[in-house]
Design a binder for this molecule. Structure first.
Ligand SMILES: Cc1ncc(COP(=O)(O)O)c(C=O)c1O
Length: 447
């Protein structure tokens, strides 16, 4: 029999069963299973820490997004934002559902092609479009979202050289209330720069302007931002029609919808603060009503959602390494997943709960990762019950941007598994090992 854990006695007001300020009972519930599979089974099979994705949740979120817009627009396309999570298995679930790809580098473009997406079903965004990249993707009909005048000039030259008329979209940045503008990407609307670029494309006739695009930012909590964005994009499209008779085949509103996660600066929990896809779609439809196009030529509405599609399908399982008592009186908990793995914990207060039933009194706890670095804090103060070394915890809503922005630092990156709709589970990325790293290292002959 193991010895009971000694915990320093403290005085704490016992509130179990009472409503907190969010109208929820304050007590925390353990999460012992993921999609019906015991956490214990998963960790025994694949190790700890471990990312676990739910195929069921990805599909449900995808359909919810598509349907919310399809109820309001005759033509809708979801272009999966690869940077959010480009593991093949995750991308293939989304492509199987009908998603195109939205990529921001040649690497991501190759990944989408590797996943069976035809070149003409890929939107290529971002500032990183070298001549070599454009030479590679243009013959395959990829849609190029132009970011700046140098890129525009390069595309015109390549169009002449390759005897092609590339299909392009104009990336536009614009101001909406309540969020700072992401003005470093694309052509500014308010200053007239976007109109100048469009005039050049439409009069030059070397490029085929088929779309307008604007990505506002990420984790946008106010649907009204999309109303403003849509009405400004529609206004630009109207101007281009009046000036040139040009009709866009698509208007792309980018990504940015919030998941159920919670930003550090946010007051309400994610499930209360994050708008539904329906509310975003309603706001977008209100703004798009400004579009003055002839009947039958309605543009396709393109959505480049990333975070909101996969964040809630991803869970990180982690094991407690040790308890500590910090000098300020807080309990410290050291777990085996740090900021190297859970990169988004720099900006988000991730929802974390024990993976097994627990007792004892919860107290303010700071959760550290395993790195020998002071910055390795995966959760600042959270009311948490006592845990023993070897117990497990579950971080929820962590499926976006972690398995792309994670870093190999101090230790190996963990395995990633997916649980299928029927409860089967399988690995989608192996845990790294020494050989993984040595494979790309070289030692020069003189050493
Ligand atoms: C051009 C573009 N589209 C889509 C996305 C996806 O955004 P989100 O994950 O917030 O939906 C991004 C992310 O930064 C982006 O830069």
């Amino acid at each position: 029999m193991s010895r009971p854990l000694y915990d320093r006695p403290i005085l704490a007001r016992h509130q179990t069963g009472l409503m907190n300020k969010f109208s929820r009972v304050a007590s925390m519930q353990p999460q012992t299973h993921v999609d019906g599979v015991p956490v214990q089974t998963l960790i025994e099979a694949y190790g700890s820490p471990l990312f676990v994705f739910s195929e069921k949740t990805i599909v449900a979120r995808y359909r919810e997004l598509r349907d919310a817009f399809a109820r309001r627009f005759s033509k809708v396309r979801v272009a999966w934002s690869y940077k959010t999570n480009y593991l093949d298995a995750i991308c293939r679930v989304l492509h199987r559902e009908g998603a195109w790809a939205e990529v921001v580098s040649e690497f991501e473009w190759e990944k989408a092609r590797h996943n069976g997406v035809p070149g003409e079903r890929i939107h290529l965004n971002g500032p990183l479009k070298t001549e070599a990249t454009l030479r590679r993707v243009l013959p395959e009909g990829t849609l190029i979202h132009i970011d700046n005048f140098d890129e525009l000039a390069l595309l015109e030259r390549l169009a002449d050289e390759l005897h092609l008329t590339p299909k392009v979209a104009l990336r536009v940045n614009l101001a909406v209330e309540s969020i700072p503008a992401w003005s470093r990407f694309g052509f500014n609307l308010e200053s007239g720069q976007a109109m100048t670029a469009a005039n050049r494309i439409l009069t030059g006739k070397r490029l085929d302007l088929v779309g307008l695009h604007c990505h506002l930012g990420t984790f946008i909590l106010d649907p009204a931002s999309y109303r403003e964005q849509a009405s400004k994009l529609a206004g630009l499209a109207n101007e281009l029609r009046r000036a040139h008779g040009a009709i866009m085949s698509f208007l792309d509103i980018g990504g940015g919808f919030a998941s159920r996660s919670k930003l550090k600066a946010q007051y309400l929990p994610g499930e209360q603060a994050s708008p539904s896809f329906d509310r975003y779609a309603a706001a977008c439809a209100e703004g798009m009503a400004a579009l003055d196009y002839p009947a039958g030529s309605e543009p396709t509405i393109v959505l480049e959602s990333g975070r909101a599609l996969v964040d809630d399908s991803g869970t990180l399982l982690s094991t407690v390494i040790a308890n500590k008592r910090m000098p300020d009186g807080q309990r410290g908990l050291v777990v085996d997943a740090g900021v190297n793995v859970l990169f988004t914990s720099f900006w988000y207060d991730h929802d974390v709960v024990p993976a097994q039933p627990f007792g004892g009194i919860s107290e303010p706890t700071v959760m550290y990762g395993p790195l020998c670095m002071n910055i390795d804090v995966v959760r600042d103060t959270i009311q948490f019950p006592p845990m023993r070394a070897g117990d497990q915890v579950v971080f929820r809503n962590v499926g976006a941007y972690n398995v792309t922005q994670w870093m190999q630092f101090i230790t190996y990156r963990p395995a990633v598994v997916i649980i299928g709709a029927d409860g089967r589970h399988g690995i989608i990325r192996k845990r790294e090992q020494l050989e993984t790293l040595l494979a790309s290292e070289e030692v020069p002959s003189w050493l």
